[in-house]
Design a protein around this ligand. Structure first.
Ligand SMILES: Cc1cc2nc3c(=O)[nH]c(=O)nc-3n(C[C@H](O)[C@H](O)[C@H](O)COP(=O)(O)O)c2cc1C
Length: 355
C-alpha cells in the first residue's frame, strides 16, 4: 500500500466518528473537500500480476472507483494515490441539475449499506469538461471513465446521451452509458431493447472521430429475458463492456432505521444480488462481452469471486464509507495474493474460470 493510502487510513480512523456523526451528504462533501487539495497522482499501484487490458486500454490494476463518488471530476486526480487502477467520474448530464431535495443520502451503519436518491445532482458536462481537460494536460496514471446520463426534465433523453458522447468522448478513455439509476423516473426503461438500440446508435453517431469504448451500466433488478435482450444488443452494437450493477430498488432484510428510505441500495446487502446478476450476464453472453463487477464489494475475496465469475474489472464505492480510503489498495494487494494462492500468474488469467 502506498504511504499516502496507509496514512489516509490512519487519519480516517481518527476522523471516522466525526464523519459518521454528520449527515451522509455532509460527510461526503467533507471527504471531497479533504481530497481536492491533494497533489496529482503520478504513479499507480501495479504489478505484473495486477496489470490488465480491456477495450484496448491498459489498467495498472483491476480495482476502480465507481461513479457517484466523484460526480463532477473534482478529485479524480488524487484517487490513484489510494490504489485505484481506474477512476469513473459522473454521472454527468448535459445541463447542471440540483438533484432531489436533501436529505437524500443515508448511511445504514448496522447493515454496512447506503441508500441514495441523489437524482443526478451535478454541475453539468461543460463545467466538468473544463476540469477534465486540465487533468488531461497534466496526465493521469490510470484510465479515466466518464459516466453520462440524461437530465430529469429533458424532452429527449436519448438526445441527452448523444450530447454527452459528443462533449465527453474526446476527454474520456471510456464512456459509460448509465441507464440504471433508480432516481430519475423512467430512466431504467431505456434498458428495453428498442430504446437501448436507439440510444446506443445515437451515442455512436455523435462520437465521430473521437470514438471511445462504450460501457453500459445496468441495474441488478432485471429478469432473465431483459438480460438476454441487453446482451443481444451489446453484441450487435459492439459494446466494449457491461457494468453489473447499479444500486437496487429491492430491500432485502435490513436492520437500520433508514432501511425504508426511498432510493437505491448499495453496500453489503447488494453483494449477493450483484454477484448473481454478474453470473447471469456471463451465462447469457458466454464471455462474448467483457463484464465489470460492482456492488457490495468490501474484501479481496469478494473481488476475487467476481473475477472468477467473469468480471474483467471491479469497482467499489459504499464499502469505502465503512472501511476507509485504503480499501482499494488492500483489495488490489489481496487479489495478487489470491491469484498466487490459486495458481494464476496474473489476476486476469482467472476471469470467468469459476465455471
Ligand atoms: C451516493 C451514491 C451515488 C451514486 N451515484 C451514481 C451515479 O451518479 N452514477 C452511477 O452510475 N452510479 C452511481 N452510484 C452507484 C455506484 O456507482 C455503484 O454502482 C453502487 O453503489 C454499487 O456499488 P457499491 O455497493 O460498491 O457502492 C451511486 C452510489 C452511491 C452510494
Amino acid at each position: 500500500m502506498s504511504l499516502l493510502a496507509s496514512a489516509a487510513d490512519a487519519a480516517y480512523a481518527l476522523v471516522r466518528p466525526l464523519v459518521h456523526a454528520s449527515d451522509g451528504e455532509a460527510a461526503h462533501d467533507l471527504t471531497l473537500a479533504a481530497l481536492q487539495p491533494l497533489p496529482r497522482a503520478r504513479r499507480a499501484l501495479t504489478s505484473p500480476a495486477l496489470a490488465t487490458g480491456l477495450a484496448g486500454l491498459a489498467f495498472p490494476n483491476p480495482v476502480g472507483l465507481a461513479p457517484g463518488f466523484d460526480k463532477d471530476a473534482r478529485v479524480a486526480h488524487a484517487m490513484p494515490h489510494f490504489g485505484f487502477g481506474f477512476v469513473e467520474v459522473g454521472t454527468l448530464t448535459p445541463l447542471p441539475q440540483a438533484g432531489n431535495p436533501r436529505p437524500r443520502l443515508f448511511r445504514l451503519v448496522e447493515d454496512r449499506a447506503v441508500v441514495n436518491r441523489m437524482g443526478f445532482n451535478n454541475g453539468g458536462q461543460a463545467a466538468a469538461a473544463g476540469r477534465i481537460a486540465c487533468l488531461r494536460r497534466h496526465g493521469l496514471p490510470v484510465p479515466l471513465g466518464i459516466n453520462i446520463g440524461a437530465n430529469k426534465d429533458s424532452a429527449d433523453r436519448i438526445a441527452d446521451y448523444a450530447k454527452g458522447a459528443a462533449t465527453m468522448a474526446p476527454l474520456a478513455d471510456y464512456l459509460t452509458v448509465n441507464i440504471s439509476s433508480p432516481n430519475t423516473p423512467g430512466l431504467r426503461a431505456l434498458q428495453d431493447k428498442g430504446a437501448l438500440e436507439a440510444l446506443l446508435d445515437g451515442v455512436a453517431a455523435e462520437q465521430g472521430t473521437a470514438a471511445k469504448p462504450v460501457f453500459l451500466k445496468v441495474a441488478p433488478d432485471l429478469e432473465s429475458a431483459d438480460i438476454d435482450d441487453i446482451v443481444a444488443v451489446a453484441v450487435d452494437r459492439g459494446l466494449a463492456a457491461i457494468i453489473v450493477s447499479n444500486t437496487t430498488i429491492e430491500r432485502p432484510a435490513l436492520s437500520s432505521r433508514h432501511a425504508s428510505e426511498a432510493g437505491g441500495l448499495s453496500g453489503a446487502p447488494l453483494a449477493a444480488l450483484a454477484l448473481q446478476r454478474l453470473r447471469d450476464f456471463r451465462a447469457a453472453s458466454g464471455g462474448q462481452v467483457p463484464l465489470i463487477g460492482v456492488g457490495g464489494i468490501a474484501t479481496p475475496e469478494q473481488a476475487w469471486d467476481r473475477i472468477r465469475a467473469g468480471a474483467s474489472l471491479v469497482q467499489i464505492y459504499s464499502a469505502m464509507v465503512y472501511e476507509g480510503p485504503g480499501l482499494a489498495a488492500r483489495i488490489a494487494r489481496g487479489l495478487e495474493r489470491l491469484a498466487a494462492r490459486d495458481g494464476f500468474a496474473k489476476v486476469s488469467d482467472a476471469v470467468g474460470t469459476a465455471g
